[in-house]
Write a protein that binds this ligand. Sequence first.
Ligand code: SF4
Ligand code: SF4
Length: 204
Amino acid sequence: MYGKGILKGLSVTFKRFWNTYWDDIVWMFRGKKRYYTEEGVKHRSSKNTRGIFTVQYPEEKLIIPEEFRYIPFLVYDEVADGKKEVRCTSCGICAKVCPPQCIWIVRTNDPATGRPVPVPAEFYIDGDICMNCGYCAEYCPFDAIKMDHNFDIASYERNVYNMEKLLKPASYYAGIRPENAAREDEARKAKEAAKAAKAEAGAT
Ligand code: SF4
Ligand code: SF4
């Protein structure tokens, strides 16, 4: 039959159209709202959502999956007395592998000896050039740079991030990427334990 494909296509479109309103009606009968509620956003972010919907951005935002990546940030550990222990050693690997070359690092030098100290004096990322590839985070040997989830950064200014803007605590990282953070913590602990065991074996 001629036009069978057209009818089939139209029936798919109609099904999607119908499901859009049907899901709204189901939620209405449950006394709930599919829009502007946390529960509604969770539903629309899930595989159970039906039909076509519009996210009411910026009031609403869909749930971001753990592996989503946007502008990188630098991780620091919170140590005693509220001090920040910056993980970055200013090794420069991230700047080398960055495809559009949007990372600048200024190394710290010991004023007395002039020798390098493994802490960055300055660290910049040009957020307007960064293509969110995640190479910097992949290659960093110290888990010091990670990809952020915050995509809501539109501004009328250039988005060049300095250390003040880039530094975020390890707890923030664990909050947005819990599975990755737990896996990396375990690997770090295992490495430290192996190092301690080796040192102990060498001492005896
Ligand atoms: S973020 Fe990582 S790779 Fe980049 S300079 Fe710091 S320690 Fe090296
Ligand atoms: S995410 Fe990619 S482009 Fe952005 S700073 Fe890291 S390596 Fe460079």
